[in-house]
Design a protein around this ligand. Structure first.
Ligand code: LIP
Length: 270
């Protein structure tokens, strides 16, 4: 089993190559290739091109590892490691030219299930503003090479909380009702539009907390490791692991204030 630092170097190198490609394609003009779960859930040609680049580079560097990507699905490996990849997280931002999108590359031990995997290394690269977030298990988290630490001691009433909404209109309405219950109890809300960057924002102290329901494993695989390594608690309700049912991220004291507010809206079983 390679050292986490070695895996991080591979993730970082490949994520930067894909981010450079995504930036170039953005400058050339973005084309929608198809829609997925709904008309608003788009995939661009750059998404597919970036994932092809990442998958081929990982196959060359780590031929026995598994791969699990947003656009091309899963391929099992034999090494016990799986690379969990979102080639462009924040696709709608990317399509509109909003500089909040990122290439997210993580490598986990075990199946590509966030309820059971052990994340070993991850990189989140936002090429629009030149920011690279990285972490390895036990190695800490960094932004452009500078150590990150979550902000401590924020009371819920003064917390800046990030969240997001799904591509299904009915789910968005449900999510808005939860937000309506929460927004008067916190400082304010931010909707960045890319889970990986929401989680990195918690790690960097730009958000005090983040929660979202409906995330895919590739949306948060790298960002959750970066947040944890910066000192955040990441999970769901009642000590359960994060999953598509719910993800919460905040420093532990604030997590303990936020989780009870979310509990009535989400059953522990999700
Ligand atoms: C996005 C997530 C974001 C969520 C969006 C979308 P995508 O992923 O990162 O948190 O609110 O609806 O799912 O589709 O841009 O890879």
């Amino acid at each position: 089993m390679p050292a986490n630092a070695e895996l991080l170097e591979i993730a970082l190198t490949i994520a930067h190559r894909a981010a450079d490609l995504a930036r170039q394609r953005r400058d050339e003009g973005v084309e929608v290739a198809a829609s997925k779960s709904s008309l608003s859930d788009i995939v661009t040609r750059a998404d597919r091109e970036a994932e092809d680049l990442i998958r081929d580079a990982i196959a060359a560097a780590r031929p026995d590892d598994g791969f699990y990507g947003e656009e091309s699905g899963g391929a099992e490996g034999t090494s016990g490691l799986t690379w969990v990849v979102d080639p462009i997280d924040g696709t709608v931002n990317y399509f509109y030219g909003i500089p909040a999108y990122a290439v997210s590359v993580a490598v986990v031990e075990g199946d590509p299930d966030p309820r059971t995997w052990r994340a070993l290394a991850g990189a989140v690269v936002n090429p629009a503003i030149g920011e690279t977030f990285t972490a390895s298990a036990g190695g800490g988290a960094e932004l452009n090479g500078k150590a990150l630490q979550v902000k401590q001691g924020t009371d819920l009433a003064l917390a800046l909380v990030g969240t997001g909404f799904g591509y299904d209109a009915e789910r968005r309405v449900q999510q808005a009702t939860i937000l309506a219950d929460l927004i008067g109890k916190v400082r304010d809300i931010r909707r960045i539009g890319a889970a990986s960057l929401d989680l990195c924002s918690v790690a960097a102290g730009r958000l005090d907390a983040y929660y979202e329901r409906g995330l895919n494993p590739w949306d948060h695989a790298a960002g959750a490791l970066i947040a944890r390594e910066a000192g955040a608690q990441v999970g769901a309700l009642a000590g359960t692991r994060e999953s598509a049912d719910l993800l919460i991220a905040a420093e532990p004291g604030l997590y303990a204030q936020l989780e009870p507010l979310l509990r009535p809206h989400f059953s522990v079983a999700g």
